[in-house]
Design a protein around this ligand. Structure first.
Ligand SMILES: Cc1cc2nc3c(=O)[nH]c(=O)nc-3n(C[C@H](O)[C@H](O)[C@H](O)COP(=O)(O)OP(=O)(O)OC[C@H]3O[C@@H](n4cnc5c(N)ncnc54)[C@H](O)[C@@H]3O)c2cc1C
Length: 365
């Protein structure tokens, strides 16, 4: 079958990879937009704790009920996706010769009050059922024994194993290289129109291409693209910013998680992630976001303010209201599918989504 995938973010590339593994023909067309989410994400893979910066968009009742934990509707997908990453890392590293540095970093979940601490304590058996360790850290003293710079205002915390981090830019590069090796054609062009009756697409270069199956993984641009064939999908753009700090002598050995994530990445910089602005579709970095991230980080580690901000990025997530992805055939038996809506955890979902796309397109499950 002639499969065309629109988009070379993690959803499009993982879908292409899964199809190629089944021996299918795949062409990936990507618009080469600057600063796509896939290249700029924090790169955190976490089955148990919610996304970095996601508190601001989850419904308040879910924040109150689950505290720092991932909402229930996301838990199964999160864990299965997490396991897929472990399965694929060595395989793709060997195939592509590109190392996207998947590594474990212990998380200290910061609790600012008794309620958050109880929520984490109550989740112990759930966390351990995934094979992760969790140790409760009672009061400032116990937390500061691990990371001495934490704020004296915190109530306590928990030390949780299992959080993985990867270098997102290298991850995309590795996926691209892997699908190329497996025989995919990759075209730098923009898909402008889909003719669902003739099963053809028209590109910006005026080229017309035919497909048997069309998989649309155009990130936050997906909604607009499918609106051209009269389909409305329930998703929206959600802008996110990250700041990067030079560590000086600050020895950060953990991923500190609370109102944001603070972590030393494989580039040697301390990343603070992320802001979340619904229905924003621009790539402007702002002082407002920088200050929000610094304030959130300083509430956990006050001395973070003394470090120099040497980088700031902005990109746009393809988000959905319930935080769950959209993987479906948009018009029955049309051969046109969408795979999108990764929101703040699309990197983590990627391999799982690839498998779903394969099942939907080939096996028609
Ligand atoms: C600040 C921030 C931090 C994040 N941190 C994490 C994290 O720690 N962990 C995690 O799991 N996830 C994280 N995410 C989420 C993750 O980055 C996204 O969910 C995921 O990258 C979305 O991938 P995608 O392939 O759907 O879209 P994108 O990455 O947006 O890719 C879309 C692709 O479609 C192409 N395209 C668009 N229109 C067309 C067209 N008409 N023709 C051809 N090509 C087209 C684009 O050029 C691009 O190649 C974060 C996101 C943000 C914003």
């Amino acid at each position: 079958m002639n499969n065309i995938v629109i988009g070379a973010g993690v959803f499009g590339l993982s879908s292409a990879l899964s199809l190629l593994e089944e021996g299918e023909d795949v062409t990936v067309i990507y618009g080469n937009h600057s600063n796509i989410a896939s290249n700029n994400a924090l790169g955190r893979l976490d089955s148990v704790l919610k996304g970095s910066g996601s508190s601001s968009h989850l419904p308040q009742e879910i924040n109150i009920k689950n505290g720092p934990m991932r909402p229930e509707n996301q838990q199964k997908l999160a864990h299965e996706s997490y396991l897929k990453h472990k399965e694929y890392y060595k395989k793709l590293k060997n195939l592509s010769d590109i190392d996207y540095v998947l590594k474990d970093i212990l998380t200290i979940q910061i609790c600012f009050n008794k309620e958050e601490f109880i929520q984490i304590a109550d989740s112990a058996s759930h966390i351990q059922s995934y094979g992760f360790d969790m140790t409760l850290l009672e009061g400032y003293e116990e937390v500061s024994r691990h990371q001495k710079e934490v704020s004296k205002d915190i109530y306590g915390g928990a030390l949780i194993s299992g959080t993985l981090f990867l270098n997102s830019e290298s991850f995309v590069f590795c996926l691209k290289r892997s699908i190329e090796i497996k025989g995919a054609k990759i075209l730098d062009d923009l898909v402008e129109r889909i003719d669902i009756d003739k099963k053809k697409i028209k590109l910006k270069s005026e080229k017309i291409m035919s497909y048997d199956n069309l998989i649309i993984s155009a990130g936050p641009w997906t909604k607009k693209l499918v609106s051209g064939i009269g389909v409305d999908i329930d998703m929206y753009p959600a802008k996110g910013e990250i700041i990067k700090l030079y560590p000086d002598d600050f020895d950060l050995n953990y991923h500190i998680h609370g109102p944001c994530s603070i972590v030393k990445k494989s580039d040697g910089l301390i990343w603070i992630a992320a802001t979340y602005e619904e229905n924003r579709f621009d790539l402007d970095i702002t002082n407002k976001s920088k200050n929000e991230l610094l304030n959130n980080a300083a509430s956990m580690i006050p001395c973070i303010r003394d470090l120099q901000v040497i980088g700031q990025t902005a990109c746009v997530r393809p988000a959905t209201k319930d935080g769950m992805p959209i993987v479906s055939e948009v018009v029955k038996n049309s051969g046109v599918f969408v795979a999108t809506g990764g929101g703040g955890w699309g990197l983590m979902q990627s391999f799982f989504i690839g498998e779903m796309v394969k099942n939907m397109v080939i096996i028609k499950e």
